[in-house]
Ligand binder design. Structure first.
Ligand code: PHE
Ligand code: ZN
Length: 872
């Protein structure tokens, strides 16, 4: 906890360590409160370091040092200094030597869930980014790669003892009720990839033979009694392994691959070498316990962590500023995997929606940073949508710019050139320059410059010359004190659509200048422009398309993304007209016309059902807020959004009913893309009809809930019902809780549904739920279910003009910071848009932010987020 202002770390200060650690032997004597750790390391001076006869300074935190020995000789206490964050040894041999350190830690007291901790009686670890230093003294940074051998000693009541690499023996410890297991990992790795698990766990097993002929044993370990929920995870793992062999030519490189699911975990999952550790909500799934969204997420996250084996583990990061090197690339890879497993068109829309809802607000506001930041206080604050999702968009743009073949070649070059390295983003991009012979120097600015570019568009058709001229101007908003922003190199997919809907031209242009014109010849009729097709660049287009043009795109655009986008643009326009009070009497008529235009694609059975469901999405608040920009009146925006949705539902009423009944299925639940797409459409129709308070929905929802054979049906009914007046919402909520209150993941869903139900007084409801017997601030999943959903997903509840939402959030952030700063800090990012609101809201938010900042002690995590949020 902080007493003075936390220190900022800069990219430009990177220096290699003066010593290397090549080998580590770790012995754990596990104990709830006094775990003994012995680390025997082989060190030698680092040739890459310029430091001469440097001190040996190792990271260490919240551990008790018991002894230090060099080359077998115990050091006297005068020969080293232990501080809160470091162990410093004054003189060490200037040639290869061994260092043995004994220390002790307290897993039970570890509520931060970083380092070695206990979850539900199971010992587990989380070392990324800087958790290993809470286990032993070490160079806890990603550029120190060592081979690990691990011995775990634990009570026999904990039969499962796991670590990284391959098994290397096990047995009883004679004269005790304890046993041991040893693990050996032949691949050098950074400390953040270390993992250990010990406990009494259930498991499922399978195996696979890799493309290189290696026989790999696969294991998934979960809480006892839940092993019947692992089949989907196992299937997804095998699919991921096969896909990486086929698409990226990457095969697995150990004899075992284990996954452990734990119920207390700050993040989604972790790619530790050969021993992935997961938040159990991304492993456990049965049709009766997990929704379609859960199934898809499980498949994607298993793939993501597995893909890290090459992009992250075999090739790791030189320092934490390079985080997007592994995360952006691995997200790109998991997106491609999902696109191949499911519908590519729908996946692209999902990903763009995610970028706009989470990355754009980050990029517009005070928490803005480039995919590769150049300064941080707490690295845990940089596991952001910008690093992950914008990082993935940047990889995708490289692929678009140089073409799929050169991109594939560049990837193989990257694997060949950098296997075993702690690499930089420069190393990565160089591979694509070399593979394609295309200069990516200007392109590299995407990694270094924060902010979402805006591209202003105007087009001019010359009927005589049959030419179409396109004028583009790019700019990035500058925040206070920032240097001038430079033009970026961006690929823009483009189509020109004729008045009859036929394509007159299609291709890709490269925008590199601040202002640039493009002329297209032989364009036989005045075209409608379809730009940034496939969302080829993560930008905001400023284009005054007419309603007629958008309707034409909605009907005919051959690019499935822009076809969907046209509908979104129209919807946004209509909501904003209402919000700004510019709608006049024509507005209901205009919404009805929009509904009419949607009817056709909505019932077009040549389009897949998941895509048709997407057409029913109403633009989310984040996008409307971005369009309004400032002085947002939350009540007005809420009611404009509500009115639009209700009117749209009314306009489509008959179609919704027809779609709803025609997508009913009595077949056994299957999680595949086609079946889940059908359910997506089914519930999208029911949801929109509910927003219009259609007469049939109440009975439909009751039936859905009573006769549900799967969680998608049950949870959809529960969520949708919160939009109805009357007693039904309470009835469904009670039924859900009574049926599922012994299952933590389903209790989370029950809390989530209530956190998300929009109401100006939602803060009161959430506060009351915090005293529910099943609520606890100690389990991140529970906190996220109730509070992250409230803060990030209940627009009118969180931004209620009376300030009750802000006050609740601040109370919770302060309380949780004392237990788990990473979780508190994630909640704190919910304030990032506070300056966009009107003066009344701003004042209330600012007061709460100041109150958090004045709290002592405050973690560096929350300090960094709140101070940045207040500053810009
Ligand atoms: N590296 C993890 C991933 O796959 C995320 C993570 C970061 C997990 C930090 C735990 C701690 O994205
Ligand atoms: Zn990752």
């Amino acid at each position: 906890m902080r007493t003075e202002t936390p220190k900022t770390i800069f990219l430009k200060d990177y220096k290699p360590t003066p010593y290397n650690i090549d080998n580590v032997r770790l012995t754990f004597r596990l104990h709830d409160t006094e775990t003994l750790v012995r680390a025997e390391m082989k060190l030698k001076p680092n040739k890459a370091s310029k430091a001469k006869k440097a001190l040996l300074e190792l990271d260490g935190e919240k551990i008790k040092l018991l002894s230090v020995a060099i080359n077998g000789e115990l050091l006297a206490p005068t020969e080293y200094v232990v501080s809160e964050h470091k162990l410093t040894i004054k003189t060490v041999p200037q040639k290869a030597f061994t260092l043995a350190i004994e220390s002790q830690c307290d897993p039970k007291a570890n509520t931060e869930l970083s380092g070695l901790y206990m979850s539900n009686g199971v010992f587990c670890t989380q070392c990324e980014a800087e958790g290993f230093r809470r286990i032993t003294y070490f160079y806890d940074r990603p550029d120190v790669l060592a081979k690990y051998h691990v011995r775990i000693e634990a009570p026999k009541a904990m039969p499962v003892l796991l670590s990284n690499g391959n098994p290397a023996g096990n047995g009883s410890i004679s004269g005790t009720d304890r046993h041991f297991a040893e693990w050996d990992d032949p691949h050098p790795k950074p400390s953040y990839l270390f993992a250990l698990v010990a406990g009494d766990l259930g498991s499922v097993h399978s195996d696979i033979i890799t493309s290189e002929g290696r026989h790999v044993h696969l294991g998934i370990y979960v809480e006892k009694g839940k092993d019947n929920r692992c089949a989907w995870a196992m299937e997804s793992l095998k699919a991921s392994m096969r896909w990486d062999e086929k698409v990226f030519k990457r095969a697995y490189d150990l004899d075992v691959f284990n996954i452990v699911a734990v119920s207390d975990f700050n993040m989604g999952a972790m790619e530790n070498k050969g021993l992935n550790i997961f938040n159990d909500k991304y492993i456990l799934a049965l049709p009766q316990t997990a929704t379609d969204t859960d199934f898809e997420l499980i498949e994607a996250i298993i793939a993501h962590e597995y893909f890290h084996n090459w992009t992250g583990n075999r090739i790791t990061c030189r320092d934490w500023f390079q985080l997007c090197l592994k995360e952006g690339l691995t997200v790109f890879r998991d997106q491609e995997f999902t696109s191949d497993m499911r519908s590519r068109d729908v996946k692209r829309i999902d990903d763009v929606q995610d970028v706009r809802a989470r990355q754009f607000p980050e990029d517009f506001g005070p928490l803005q940073h480039p995919p590769r930041p150049n300064a941080y206080i707490e690295i845990n604050n940089f596991y952001t949508s910008t690093v992950y999702e914008k990082g993935a968009e940047v990889c995708r743009m490289i692929q678009t710019l140089i073409g799929a073949a050169a991109f594939a070649k560049g990837m193989q070059l990257y694997f060949k050139r950098h296997d075993g390295d702690a690499a930089t983003v420069e190393d990565f991009v160089k591979c694509f320059e070399d593979a394609s012979k295309k200069k990516l120097k200007q392109f590299f600015r995407w990694y270094e410059q924060a902010g979402t570019p805006q591209v202003a568009v105007s087009g001019k058709y010359d009927a005589k010359k049959k030419t179409y001229m396109l004028n583009l101007t790019q700019s990035v908003k500058r925040l206070k004190g920032q240097p001038a922003k430079l033009p970026l190199h961006m690929p823009l997919g483009l189509g020109l659509i004729g008045p009859d809907g036929r394509e007159l031209h299609s291709g890709m242009i490269e925008l590199t200048k601040a202002k640039q014109s493009f002329t297209f010849k032989n364009i036989l009729a005045k075209p409608v422009l379809s730009l940034n097709r496939g969302f080829s660049a993560p930008i905001v287009l400023k284009h005054r398309a007419t309603e007629r043009d958008l309707l034409l795109q909605l009907a005919y655009d051959s690019d499935s993304f822009n076809r969907w986008e046209a509908g979104q643009e129209l919807a946004k326009k209509l909501i904003l007209e209402r919000y700004h009070g510019k709608h006049g009497n024509q507005w209901p008529q205009k919404v009805a016309e929009f509904a009419e235009a949607l009817r056709h694609p909505l019932t077009d059975t040549s389009l897949d059902e998941a895509y048709r469901a997407k057409l029913l999405d109403v633009p989310p608040y984040e996008e409307l807020m971005a369009a309004i920009g400032k002085e947002i009146d939350p009540e007005k925006l809420y009611s404009a959004h509500e009115e639009f949705t209700a009117k749209l539902g009314e306009g489509l009423h008959d179609t919704l009913h027809e779609v709803y009944t025609s997508t009913e299925s009595h077949a056994a639940y299957k999680p595949d893309a086609a079946s889940s797409g059908k359910r997506a459409l089914h519930y999208a129709a029911l949801s929109l009809a509910t927003r219009a308070q259609a007469t049939w929905v109440e009975e439909a929802l009751r039936q859905e809930s009573q006769h549900a054979t799967n969680m998608t049906a049950e949870y959809s009914a529960l969520r949708i019902s919160t939009r109805l007046r009357g007693a039904l919402p309470e009835e469904l909520s009670k039924r859900f809780f009574d049926a599922h209150n012994s299952d933590p993941l389903l209790i989370d869903k029950w809390f989530a549904a209530q956190a998300l139900a929009p109401s100006e007084s939602a803060a009161d409801r959430v506060r009351t739920l915090m005293s529910h017997k099943d609520f606890t601030v100690k389990t991140p999943n529970r906190v996220y279910a109730l509070l992250r959903n409230f803060i990030g997903g209940n627009f009118i509840g969180f931004h209620a003009p009376d300030g009750a939402g802000y006050k609740l959030a601040a109370d919770v952030i302060i309380a949780i910071d004392a237990i788990n700063p990473q979780v508190a800090s994630r909640l704190a990012t919910g304030f990032r848009t506070w300056r966009m609101f009107d003066a009344g809201n701003r004042k209330k938010a600012e007061a709460e932010l100041q109150r958090i900042l004045a709290t002592k002690p405050l973690s560096p995590d929350v300090f960094e987020i709140i101070s940045r949020t207040l500053k810009a």
